[in-house]
Design a protein around this ligand. Structure first.
Ligand SMILES: [Mg+2]
Length: 229
């Protein structure tokens, strides 16, 4: 039996949608429209890029978790003229506390897990933070679908480093040729998996595949997995 390893954020759990709803609530409840002099959309466009940039630094060990968490707010507020570290940290804490309870999954998520449940071993490899990812997995009823749930922080390893894929093989008691990684991040999911000798399915969102490779397939919806796996 082959092994499907899913990424969590923006592959199963709709991070972008869930995050945006929570950010908008925090933005409005705390009067940021006035404090920053911009509407939520303009703030969010900047925050989204900044968050992505900081996560990239985190993957490559350039910044630590605590810094990532407050800096995405601090840098975004600063961009609109508000220099307030204490407030940034406060909002960051509130965001991390509330957001994992959001329940929006990507379309087809449960149907696809049900579909592959009897024909494949299903696992998760996520780079997120343990206390947050576990809440999302439990709150959305995902846990029972998966044999191994590998949360990078619990092992001191992050995708795209090859060691986290080797760990996946060891825990799942399998070999690279039987593993497929499915994820929305070109570097951490796709290049990481292919570098470990796995096949990869790239879930294209806003960003298209960067190049073609014999071990990489692309989908734009989870439903397409039925046709290619
Ligand atoms: Mg992801």
């Amino acid at each position: 039996m082959n092994h499907l390893f899913f990424d969590l954020d923006n592959t199963l759990w709709d991070f972008d949608k869930n995050s945006k709803v929570v950010l908008q609530k925090l933005f409005l409840d705390n009067g940021f429209e006035k404090k920053l002099g911009v509407d939520f959309k303009i703030f969010h466009d900047f925050y989204y890029k900044k968050n992505d940039e900081l996560w990239h630094l985190y993957y490559f060990d350039k910044i630590k978790k605590a810094e990532l968490r407050y800096r995405r707010f601090y840098d975004s507020f600063l961009n609109f003229g508000l220099d307030n570290l204490a407030l940034s940290k406060e909002i960051s804490e509130e965001y991390v506390r509330i957001s994992p309870y959001s329940k929006e999954l990507l379309p087809g998520c449960i149907e696809i897990l049900e579909h592959f449940n009897s024909t494949h071993h299903l696992h998760i490899i996520t780079n997120g933070f343990a206390e947050v990812q576990n809440i999302k997995i439990d709150n959305c009823g995902l846990r029972n679908y998966f044999k191994e749930i590998i949360i990078s922080e619990e092992h001191g390893l992050t995708k795209p480093h090859v060691d986290i894929f080797r760990l996946g093989e060891r825990l799942a008691k399998t070999t690279a040729d039987k593993c497929i990684m499915i994820g929305d991040n070109w570097v951490s999911d796709v290049e990481g998996a292919v570098g470990a000798g796995w096949k990869a399915v790239y879930f294209e969102g806003n960003k298209k595949a960067e190049y073609e490779h014999q071990n990489i397939s692309c989908i734009t919806s989870l439903y397409e997995l039925k046709a290619i796996i």
